[in-house]
Design a protein around this ligand. Structure first.
Ligand SMILES: [Fe+2]
Ligand SMILES: [Fe+2]
Length: 221
């Protein structure tokens, strides 16, 4: 993560990455997927804010074209028709709806997701715009690789979520034309810390089975 290593928020990225993803049950993975839907709404709103604040930024405009009203996740069975254009949070909304989550749990996830959206919408526009680079230039890629360690992706909704994650690793990581390269000129700092802390809290509220794992160096002590 070239732009993030010296900041405190990168420690929060590490804390998310080091949660116990490889031990996550399929039920809790569906809850994580639901939590991620609310993140994806926040992400799209923050990208729209960034495009407003930096109105003549052609790279950000290109990034928005690859996240909003795009067919780059289509087709996917039961979720997106061939060539169908949509915002990525709409893809996630459909994926969550295709997952088997009991109604009581679904209501609880909606409550915590809406609480997350209220909290993040209260943050300054500039801080939300700066977060876009922290997401696109390595932060989300690390989180996605961690989530993909979950062992059981059974069911159509989770299959769609896995498609979303693996495709996003590809979108973000290309050194020349990836989403990291499209946002790297806007340099984030610890003003984005509350956004990352809220993301960590959102995951843990959705799936309390996610526990911190020791880093290799800690475990060796
Ligand atoms: Fe996306
Ligand atoms: Fe992206």
């Amino acid at each position: 993560m070239p732009t993030t290593v010296e900041h405190r928020y990168s420690q929060v990225v590490d804390r998310i990455v080091r949660l116990s993803w490889s031990e996550l049950s399929v039920d809790e993975l569906a809850c994580v997927q639901s939590a991620y839907y609310y993140f994806s709404v926040q992400f799209r709103e923050s990208l729209e804010i960034a495009c407003q604040l930096f109105g003549d930024d052609r790279l950000l405009a290109q990034l928005k074209r690859e996240e909003c009203d795009t067919a780059n996740l289509s087709p996917f069975p039961g979720i997106a028709a061939p060539g169908e254009r949509m915002n990525h949070d709409e893809f996630m909304r459909r994926a969550v709806n295709a997952s088997d989550i009991d109604p009581v749990r679904r209501a609880r996830l909606q409550q915590s997701g809406e609480r997350y959206l209220r909290a993040t919408r209260a943050l300054p526009d500039l801080h939300r715009a700066l977060a876009i680079t922290s997401y696109e230039d390595g932060g989300l890629e690390a989180v996605f690789r961690a989530i993909l360690q979950a062992p059981d992706w059974d069911g159509p909704g989770l299959a769609a979520f896995r498609h979303f994650l693996t495709e996003h690793i590809r979108f973000d990581s290309d050194e020349q034309a990836g989403h990291g390269a499209l946002s790297r000129h806007i340099v984030p700092d610890d003003r984005v810390l509350p956004l990352w802390t809220a993301f960590l809290d959102l995951f843990v509220a959705a799936a309390p089975g996610l526990q911190p794992q020791l880093a290799c160096a800690d475990a060796a002590e």
